[in-house]
Write a protein that binds this ligand. Structure first.
Ligand code: ADP
Length: 539
């Protein structure tokens, strides 16, 4: 017997129309050099419909790829909906990718048009000759008047095009159509394309709105520091539109001072960014009025327990850790405290908040022995490869013959992360498969060592990498960045670690460096560190 409910398509069009109808007066802010620019969902919706008209005028094909090369802004949010709601596919380009990777993904996705912030023209334009499918470049002036616009017929001005265009009706009836795509940041080899459908985005947005996930709601004022080109700004922008939350777009100034100013000045309730962002912001936000702030979402790489605790002590709320990947839309688990753990001592709660959390309703997780494929117990001790499945998890990559390696025979996504799961369901990431230190047939978690070292009051950042070793195969090397003006010796770092980790985990050496190299999305780049220390002789 079949259910008798409506087969109503889950599309970005209905999310868009909800905001258009219900929240026309709600504000949408974008930080710009001349101050915060304010618009409303009403104006945004009207412009987004006209932007649909612009895409028609430019002759973008029915399912053509619409590239964006831009900071977080209200204009970028217009593109987020105008593309998909007219059947096209939004392709957010990571502005910090290396030139080769950028041209690779534009060509692989066959972008027809790229919308670029004026401030970023000097990065994109020199590559345009190697992007044969790109017929138009549309410039969005983000108050970067000093940047020259090349004299070329392919370049047009966003506002001029919009002024001439007519609004178009939005119609998408097939929820399984592609809505947008995003490439993984490609830590090994070329990036791989993930293609989100209308349905997956709709369900993911609802996931973000769940109380046990991020609880995004109408009264929120959301500051996505995480870029709109990094896994959809974690879905916050779409969820905001659906829920009717106000958005504060940070534009291109992501300095700690600017972020703190927005949080305080705009009475932000939800702010989200990678740990390196929150490491920088803490000293400048401490002591200021953050009473509106209800949650600081942090993810993308492991959230150091000490950082989260410092926020709890100094800002009044800990960081809310979330885990996910480009392939998981990205929200897959959130470290909310379940009723079964609430009331435990603060120290234990801090440990739980330092896990990657429990799967968001809608996401299934398991840990698997990578050799046998057998499922492993949720005892909080046994570790294995983390695999996930669900309606907003990728089932393959776009036109990529490497896809087979990333999915289990039954279709679950192999995340490449190694984790334990506690009996309550808290996922604890031990490491990424390729970052584990394999010492004498046992694994050492680089993440855990880093967290312990970063808990030292004189340490700003720490990254641990594996160095080849004759006897043990690999041994850990700790690369440590000290806080300004601090001094510390190798012996002091090891003495700090000794009571905190197993003896055989102690790094064989500690080096002090100026900065841990970062990837295009601000994570520690172990790959660059490994290159820097290739051939390093351990004592
Ligand atoms: P890339 O794989 O190129 O880094 P993603 O942004 O998709 O691009 O990164 C996903 C990976 O980031 C995850 O597989 C995981 O290793 C790491 N990650 C994300 N969130 C967390 C977290 N809260 N704790 C630890 N690692 C995380």
């Amino acid at each position: 017997m079949q259910g008798l409910m409506q087969d109503y398509p889950l599309t970005l069009v209905s999310m868009f129309e909800r905001a258009e109808k219900l929240f026309a007066n709600k504000p949408l802010m974008t930080a710009a050099p001349k101050g915060v620019q304010r618009t409303t969902y009403g104006t945004w919706a009207e412009r987004t419909r006209r932007l649909g008209g612009v895409l028609d005028r430019l002759g973008v094909s029915a399912d053509g790829r619409v590239g964006t090369f831009a900071w977080n802004s209200a204009r970028h949010l217009e593109l987020y909906f105008a593309g998909p709601c007219t059947g096209r596919v939004l392709h957010t380009l990571n502005i910090r990718l290396f030139a080769e990777q950028l041209t690779y993904i534009v060509n692989h996705a066959e972008d027809e048009v790229i919308f670029v912030d004026r401030s970023l023209i000097p990065v994109l334009w020199p590559l345009i000759g190697e992007m044969p499918t790109v017929r138009h470049v549309v410039m969005m002036d983000d108050d970067a008047g000093d940047v020259e616009i090349p004299d070329d017929a392919r370049i047009s001005d966003y506002e001029a095009l919009l002024a001439e265009a007519d609004p178009v009706p939005f119609r998408v009836t097939d929820e399984n159509l592609a809505a947008s795509m995003c490439y993984t940041s490609g830590t090994t080899g070329n990036p791989k394309g993930v293609v989100y459908s209308h349905r997956s985005m709709y369900l993911h947005s609802m996931g973000a709105m769940l109380t046990d996930a991020l609880a995004i709601c109408e009264s929120d004022v959301i500051l996505p520091v995480v870029p709109m080109f990094h896994a959809n700004a974690w879905g916050l922008c779409q969820a905001a539109v659906f829920a009717g939350s106000s958005l504060v777009m940070p534009g291109r100034d992501l300095t700690p001072g600017a972020i703190a100013e927005l949080i305080v000045g705009q009475k932000v309730t939800v702010a989200a960014g990678v740990p390196t962002i929150w490491m920088g912001v803490l000293p400048v936000i401490e002591g200021r009025d953050t009473s509106a702030l209800r949650t600081i979402v942090c993810g993308g790489s492991a959230v150091p327990r000490a950082l989260s605790e410092s926020y709890r002590e100094k800002v009044g709320r800990p960081l809310l850790q979330a885990w996910g990947m480009t392939e998981t839309s990205p929200l897959a688990s959130v470290a909310q405290l379940l009723s079964t753990v609430k009331g435990r001592p603060e120290e234990e709660l801090a440990d739980i908040r330092a896990t990657q959390g429990i799967p968001v309703p809608g996401v299934d997780a398991r840990i698997v022995d990578p050799g046998t494929g057998d499922q492993l117990p949720w005892d909080g001790k046994t570790s294995g490869e983390l695999q996930v499945a669900g309606p907003w998890i990728a089932r393959t990559y776009y036109n990529d013959d490497r896809a087979g390696d990333s999915f289990a025979p039954d279709g679950w996504l192999r995340t490449g992360d190694v984790a334990t799961i506690s009996p309550e369901g808290y996922i604890h990431l031990v490491d990424r498969t390729k970052d584990l230190v394999k010492s004498g047939g046992e694994w050492i978690s680089s993440v855990e060592l880093e967290n312990e070292i970063m808990a030292h009051p004189k340490v700003a950042e720490a990254a641990v990498i594996a160095i080849p070793h004759d006897r043990w195969v690999e041994r850990p090397l700790a690369c440590v960045v000290l806080k300004p003006g601090e001094e510390l010796t190798k012996e002091e770092v090891l003495a700090w670690l000794e009571p905190r980790v197993a003896k055989w985990w102690l790094p064989d050496d500690v080096v002090f460096i100026d900065e841990v190299p970062k990837t295009s999305v601000g994570k520690f780049s172990k790959k660059d560190l490994r290159e820097r220390f290739s051939g390093y002789q351990l004592p």
